[in-house]
Design a protein around this ligand. Structure first.
Ligand SMILES: Nc1ncnc2c1ncn2[C@@H]1O[C@H](COP(=O)(O)OP(=O)(O)OP(=O)(O)O)[C@@H](O)[C@H]1O
Length: 377
C-alpha cells in the first residue's frame, strides 16, 4: 500500500486529506510541523510527502508534492526549485491530487534534481460552467435526455453510478439547465469530511460554537441559497448527519451549530452515490426516509464498459483539452493505440481514461502508439 505523509499546519486540511486518501486506498499519516514529520519519516518508509509550502519538508530523500493557497507562479516556481515534483493549489482538486500522486509514485524523480525551468501549466479552472458531455451512444443519449427533462423542474435528483463515470458532470448540467443556473452551484463531498466536522460544514457555525470556531461561518446550505447543493458520496454520511439533512430537506430550514435560530434556505439538492442505497438501507446504514426525500428522480450514469463505443470521441476530447492545458498542440494517436484503449476494462471509468490520456501525452513521443499504450497503461 502506498504510504503518504501529509504535512500541513491546518488541522482540517490534514483531516480532509487523510480521510480522502485512505478512502482512495492509500495509507496516510498527517503531521503539522517538520519535527513531527522527521520523527515519523525515521519510523515509516513513506513513498511521497504532501507538504504545504509554509512547512519545511524533512530532508529524507522522499519525493514531495507542494500544496499552497497561494496561486502565484512565483510560489509554484519556488516550490519546484526546492525539489517539489508537482505544485497544487488549495482548495485541492482531488482528481488532480490523485493524478499527481500516481505520477510521482510511478516516476519518482530524485527530490534534489528539480527541472531548471518548470513547465507552466494552465490548470483546469474549477468554474461553475459544466464541461461538455461527450458521447453519442444510446446510454449517454439517455442520460442527456433525462437531464433535459429533469433539470427545469425542482425535483430532487439522486445520481447513481460507479466512481469516475461522470456523476458530478451530470449534476453540473442539471444546475446549468435549471432556472437556478444564475445562482450558485455548491458541492460538498460527504465522504471527505470527518464526521465531527460535517454538521458545521453543511449548516455553518456561530463564533465560539466549538474550540476552533473563531469566527462565524456559513455552511454549504446557506452558500447554495437560491441555487443547487450537490451532495456527493451521500452514502458515506453518518446516520447522525443524515438526520440533520433530513430535517433541512423537510423544513427548508437549517440552524448553524451553536445557534438556536432557524434560517430559511431555498436549495435544490442533487445527491450522488456509488453505493447501492437500497442495500445500505437494508444494512441499517442509510435512512429510508432520507432516501425517499432525495431520490424523487434517479439518474443512473453507466460505467464506461457499457458505452465503450464512446471511447474514441472521449480520447479525442481529452487529447485536445489536456494539450490546451499544457499549451501544446494535440498529439496524434494511432488507430491501433485507440483499439488497444477500447479493449481495456476501465474500472475507474472516464476519470481513469482521462488520467491515462494525460500520462500518454506526457510520456509518448511525437504520437501516441499502441506500444505506448501497452507500456504506460
Ligand atoms: N461524458 C463525459 N464527457 C466528457 N468528460 C467526462 C464525461 N464523463 C465524465 N467526464 C470527466 O471524467 C472525470 C470524472 O467525472 P466526474 O467527476 O463527474 O465523475 P464522478 O462519477 O462524479 O466520480 P466520483 O464518483 O469519483 O466522484 C471528470 O474530469 C469529468 O469531466
Amino acid at each position: 500500500m502506498t504510504k503518504v505523509l501529509i504535512l500541513d499546519q491546518s488541522k482540517s486540511v490534514r483531516n480532509i486529506l487523510r480521510e480522502r486518501l485512505e478512502y482512495e486506498g492509500f495509507s496516510a499519516e498527517a503531521v503539522e510541523n517538520e519535527a513531527a514529520a522527521s520523527a515519523l519519516c525515521e519510523r515509516i518508509p513513506f513513498d511521497v510527502i504532501l507538504s504545504d509550502t509554509e512547512c519545511k519538508v524533512p530532508d529524507a530523500g522522499i519525493p514531495f508534492i507542494a500544496l499552497s493557497a497561494d496561486t502565484s507562479i512565483d510560489t509554484a516556481v519556488k516550490a519546484v526549485r526546492n525539489g517539489a515534483q508537482d505544485f497544487l493549489t488549495k482548495p485541492i482538486d482531488m482528481n488532480r491530487l490523485l493524478q499527481s500522486l500516481h505520477r510521482t509514485i510511478d516516476n519518482p524523480a530524485p527530490a534534489q534534481a528539480p527541472p531548471a525551468a518548470p513547465p507552466v501549466r494552465r490548470r483546469r479552472a474549477h468554474s461553475a460552467q459544466a464541461e461538455r458531455i461527450i458521447g453519442v451512444s444510446p446510454e449517454i443519449e439517455h442520460v442527456r435526455q433525462l437531464i433535459d427533462k429533469v433539470a427545469p423542474c425542482e425535483a430532487r435528483v439522486l445520481i447513481t453510478g460507479e466512481n469516475g463515470t461522470g456523476k458530478e458532470l451530470v449534476a453540473r448540467w442539471l444546475h446549468a439547465k435549471s432556472v437556478r443556473a444564475a445562482a450558485p452551484f455548491v458541492e460538498v463531498n460527504c465522504a471527505a469530511i470527518p464526521s465531527e466536522l460535517i454538521e458545521s460544514e453543511l449548516f455553518g457555525h456561530e463564533r465560539g460554537a466549538f474550540t476552533s470556531a473563531v469566527k462565524q461561518r456559513k455552511g454549504k446550505f446557506e452558500q447554495a441559497d437560491g441555487g443547487t447543493l450537490f451532495m456527493d458520496e451521500i452514502g458515506d454520511m453518518s446516520l447522525a448527519a443524515q438526520a440533520k439533512v433530513l430535517r433541512a430537506l423537510q423544513e427548508s430550514r437549517i440552524s448553524r451549530v451553536g445557534s438556536d435560530r432557524d434560517i430559511e434556505v431555498n436549495v435544490r439538492v442533487v445527491a450522488a452515490t456509488n453505493k447501492n442505497l437500497r442495500e445500505e438501507i437494508q444494512k441499517g446504514n442509510f435512512r429510508e426516509d432520507l432516501y425517499h426525500r432525495l431520490a424523487v428522480i434517479v439518474v443512473r450514469v453507466p460505467p464506461l464498459r457499457e458505452h465503450a463505443g464512446d471511447i474514441p470521441a472521449l480520447v479525442e476530447h481529452f487529447i485536445r483539452t489536456i494539450a490546451s492545458e499544457y499549451g501544446s498542440a494535440p498529439k496524434p494517436i494511432d488507430a491501433d493505440a485507440l483499439a488497444e484503449l477500447q479493449r481495456m476494462p476501465w474500472s475507474g471509468n472516464i476519470r481513469e481514461l482521462r488520467n491515462v490520456i494525460e500520462r500518454l501525452i506526457i510520456l509518448s513521443g511525437d504520437r501516441i502508439t499502441a506500444r505506448d499504450v501497452k507500456e504506460y497503461c
